[in-house]
Design a protein around this ligand. Structure first.
Ligand SMILES: [Ca+2]
Ligand SMILES: [Ca+2]
Ligand SMILES: [Ca+2]
Length: 197
């Protein structure tokens, strides 16, 4: 009967999707759906650009990483690096944010500030740094909603490069607790039934 209990547990876990499949992608962009634009429009796809500009590049003459297709030069074209923010507003909760950053490939080092859920992180990229994935797991109750944003420092029109932005929501621990509590009750009922049989 132990085996049956385990089987029921496994089946229940599959049914409610615990595991890697339970994390839901709530935002993603590899910038492939846009045409190169120097600078970009102040609003494109799922993004807004305020306080300056960013460039959509990846074609000649700025084809530094052909396998990445299109990507963003975070210091645009008017000597004021724009704040690149998602249109999407994320509710309080737990998320994993992932993004690829590379150096400018044009001779200068750049620092990028990433903001999400009331927290911020800074990344300094040497000019020759190739695309590398960065990841942060963020839990926040306040602010109750937030965009994800990226901003280069400086203003020399040569910025770090951004690609493959991904935001995944993660179920809260309390949700896991309720789910596992329910499963333990089911297992207990199975065990009692087997004793009574
Ligand atoms: Ca891309
Ligand atoms: Ca630029
Ligand atoms: Ca720069």
């Amino acid at each position: 009967m132990k085996v049956l209990s385990s089987m029921i547990l496994a089946a229940s876990i599959n049914a409610i999707g615990i595991g890697s499949a339970s994390a839901a992608v709530v935002f993603s962009d590899d910038f492939e759906s846009y045409s190169a634009a120097i600078p970009s429009a102040s609003s494109f796809g799922g993004w807004n650009v305020t306080g300056g500009t960013v460039d959509i590049i990846g074609d000649t003459p700025y084809d530094f990483f052909p396998s990445n297709g299109k990507y963003i030069d975070l210091d645009g074209s008017n000597s004021s690096p724009g704040l690149l923010s998602t249109n999407a507003i994320f509710a309080a909760g737990t998320y994993v944010i992932k993004f690829d950053l590379a150096g400018s490939q044009r001779g200068d080092s750049n620092t990028v500030t990433v903001n999400f859920g009331g927290q911020s992180w800074q990344y300094t990229l040497a000019s020759t740094a190739v695309f590398q994935q960065f990841s942060q797991t963020v839990s926040f109750l306040s602010p109750t909603n937030t965009a994800l944003s990226f901003q280069n420092g400086g203003g020399d029109n040569i910025g770090a490069l951004l690609d493959n932005v991904l935001v995944t929501s993660v179920p809260e621990p309390s949700t896991y607790g309720m789910i596992f509590g329910g499963l333990i009750m089911v297992a207990g009922m199975v065990a009692r039934k087997s004793r009574n049989a």
